[in-house]
Structures are given as C-alpha cells and as structure tokens.
Design a binder for this molecule. Structure first.
Ligand code: GLV
Ligand code: MN
Ligand code: MN
Length: 413
C-alpha cells in the first residue's frame, strides 16, 4: 500500500498558508478575492504537474482529474475548500484540498492505475463569510442551491458572486453537477475539542449537525445623542443588545448541543453621536436534531416579537439558509474506521459541529469525512493549528479509503 509523503504534504500546506497569510499566523482568503485566485492557481498548477485534467464549473469549483483504467466509471472525489474566514487558520479547508492532492501525487509516485478516475476538488465559497450561505459551491453542484441565485448573491459592497468569479477568472463553463460521483471523501481538522481531549488521532465522522442562518433587521430612529432625553429614544442597538442575550439563552436552554451565535452586527449610521437607527444581525443556529433545531427557530421568532413589542422598534427576521442534519453513508463510514484501525491509528466516531461540503455531497453520493485533532479545538481563528503526525495520519486514511473505492477490485461497483 502506498504511503503519504509527510514532507511533501506539510510543505504544500505551508506554501498554501503563505497566500493571504496574516501577521498572527493565520490566513485571510475570502471567497473569490485576489488571494483566493492565487490559492486556486497554485492548486491548479500543482495538479497540472501531476498530469491532472483541470475543469472549472459555472460556480467556480475546480476539479483536478486523474484518469483511471475505465474513464466511463464514476470518479472517487476527494477535497474541501481553499477560501477562509477573515481571521481564518491555515488548515480549515486547505488541509482537505491538499490531502486530496497528496493522494494523487502518491498514486502517481507508486505508478498505481486505479479502476475509477480520482478527482481532487476545491469547492467555491465554503465559508459563506463574504457571500452567504456557506458551502455554496458544493450546494450548487449537488443541486440543493440554485446556480442563478448563488451567482447573484452580493457581498457587503454590492459585488455579486458572478462578477467576483469573473474578476478572478474562475467563472467556468462546465455545467454544475450533472454527473455521477461514486464516493466523496473529505479530510478536515475537527474544529472542536473532542479528539484532542481524548488523545485520538482519527475522527470517523458520522454526519453533520443542522444549521440555520437568519438575517434580522431592527428599525429604530436616528436622533441626536445629546439633546434627545433617554425616555424619548428609539435606539435600535439597545433593542439588539437585549435580543442578543436572549438568543444566547436559546442555546443555553438546549444544552449541551444547542449553539447560537450572533456573528455579524451592522449599525446604521454608525456614528458616535447619533442614536443608532438601524441594526442588522447575522445569526448562526445549530443543533444535531432537526426537531430541536426547529424548536429553537420558533423560540427565536418568539423572542424577536417580544423584543419588538417591549422596545417599540420595527423590523423583520428572515431565514436565509437551512442545512438539515446529515447522516453519512454507513458503508463509507465503516471503511474509514476499518482503514484507520488497520493503520493502528486510535479512532472514534464523531458528529461534526461545523458545516462542510460533504454535507451537500452526501445528498448525491456515498460520502463520509475523516477528522484529525486541532490544538485546543480552536478554528476560525488565526492561531488554528494541527500536529504534523495527525495531518499525515488523516491524509493516509484518505489515501487508503480512496484507493479501496477507486481500485481495480471495486471498479465494477
Ligand atoms: C463552516 O465553516 C461552518 O460555518 O461550519
Ligand atoms: Mn472548512
Ligand atoms: Mn470554516
């Protein structure tokens, strides 16, 4: 069985981390920016060196295809994303893409001909930070998100995804999806504390918890900060502050699994001596159980109505995205566990707290994920870090499972 080349994998990760690298050691590579383009170009050039055929689809997903013995068979696809959060880490996404590339490099080095083609993919805009929602490229590929709607999504400066992809030359021509995938595998850091706490190398991911995103607008009235008496105010930010604490409480009421985050706050006009007239909030809400998550949504609507009445403000609440809880393919999950055990890595089954492109791929093909620990369970932070040995172990399991799925023995499955 071929082995991952640790030095090559780690070098590629550190080369990639230079693109959009921040002073604090993380990366800022928002989707469809110049930094994203440079990262994409580097990935594509490395894949071309491995004789892969590159194709780019209409939402900018990049596929690097290593042909198999029978190219009419559906490919085994491996990957993740190269875009990051504004204060992102070196491994969230980039690890899965470069582990996929390392698999292809190993297959080439070993002169292995697989039955099926093997593809490494870099999905567009997994983070959803610049253009909501998250997992956009895989969502469009799988048919769960509408292409036109995704392309017309605007960032806070009014630039559309379509124009941003054009500007970086990644508005591809290939139709999104429209083809059969045999298996999708994604390697990723856990982004949470469980594996590290339990001193476990491989997380065998069973599925992904549900996610709901809401946009809230609270409309008060701007007025002068000096002359306006306190009782005469209609301060949208005070109302928002009240609401934010109640949103936290929704998650606390559904402990230990409930999660609520107010990640964005926009204040208008955002001037020190003007009472805020309008506040926009961006809410992220999660739970592994779809029923509980819809209860949490109802609770959000209720606290919003209560706040509106009590604070005398107007406004509205808009659910902009729902990603239901996902259960991965049992056979693929078993295969990951079997390969990790064969390599004598410690492993445990785990549910993902973060969203991943594997969520949408699970809707259209057998899918599962491989997690490795990250330091202090920290992610979406420039200090995000992972141990070399774990990075190598995760890529090795990816290689083993990919080969089992694409190999000659399984070529007729
Ligand atoms: C993706 O990073 C997510 O929001 O889970
Ligand atoms: Mn990620
Ligand atoms: Mn992320």
């Amino acid at each position: 069985m071929p082995h991952i080349d640790p030095k090559r994998l780690l070098n590629s990760l550190s080369e990639m981390a230079k693109i959009g690298g921040t002073q604090k050691g993380g990366v800022c590579r928002l989707a469809a920016t110049a930094e994203d383009k440079t990262a994409r170009d580097l990935f594509a050039s490395w894949a071309k060196t491995e004789n892969c055929e590159i194709s780019i689809d209409q939402i900018g997903n990049i596929f690097a295809r290593r042909p198999g013995k029978n190219n009419n068979l559906a490919p085994v696809v491996l990957g993740s994303h190269l875009d990051s959060q504004p204060t992102g880490g070196k491994f969230d996404g980039a690890y899965g893409v470069l582990a996929a590339l390392e698999v292809i490099r190993c297959l080439n080095d070993s002169g292995i001909e697989t039955g099926r083609p093997v593809e490494a993919v870099s999905w567009t805009n997994e983070e959803g930070s610049r253009f909501p929602p998250a997992m956009m490229g895989s969502g469009v590929f799988s048919g769960s998100l509408n292409l036109e709607k995704a392309l017309s999504t605007q960032d806070i400066n009014g630039i559309s995804m379509s124009d941003a992809l054009d500007a970086i030359n990644y508005a591809g021509e290939h139709l999104c999806g429209n083809r059969t995938i045999h298996t999708y595998l994604e390697a990723h850091i856990e982004q949470g504390p469980i594996l590290e706490r339990e001193n476990t190398t491989i997380g065998v991911v069973l599925g992904i918890q549900g996610i709901r995103w809401f946009d809230i607008i609270i409309q008060g009235r701007e007025a002068h900060a000096g002359p306006t008496p306190m009782p005469a105010r209609n301060d949208a930010l005070i109302a928002a502050s009240d609401l934010i604490l109640q949103i936290e409480d929704i998650a606390l009421q559904h402990a230990p699994d409930g999660r609520t985050t107010v990640g964005t706050v926009g204040i208008h006009p955002n001037s020190r001596n003007v009472i805020p007239g309008q506040v926009k909030l961006g809410i992220d809400m999660r739970h592994p159980d779809a029923g509980v998550l819809s209860t949490m949504k109802k609770e959000l609507q209720a606290v919003f109505e209560k706040m509106r009445k009590e604070r005398g403000v107007k406004g509205n609440i808009d659910e902009i995205w729902y990603s239901p809880p996902t259960i991965f393919d049992a056979e693929t999950v078993d295969a990951i566990e079997a390969m990790a055990t064969l390599r004598q890595y410690t492993c445990r089954r785990i549910t993902s707290g973060a969203g991943h492109d594997a969520k949408y791929m699970a809707d259209i093909c057998p899918t599962a994920m491989i997690f490795i620990p990250c330091d202090e369970g920290l992610s979406h932070n420039e200090a995000e870090n992972a141990k070399d040995a774990h990075l190598v172990a995760g890529a090795q399991v990816l290689l083993d499972v990919a080969l089992a799925r694409a190999g000659l023995l399984n070529a007729d499955r």
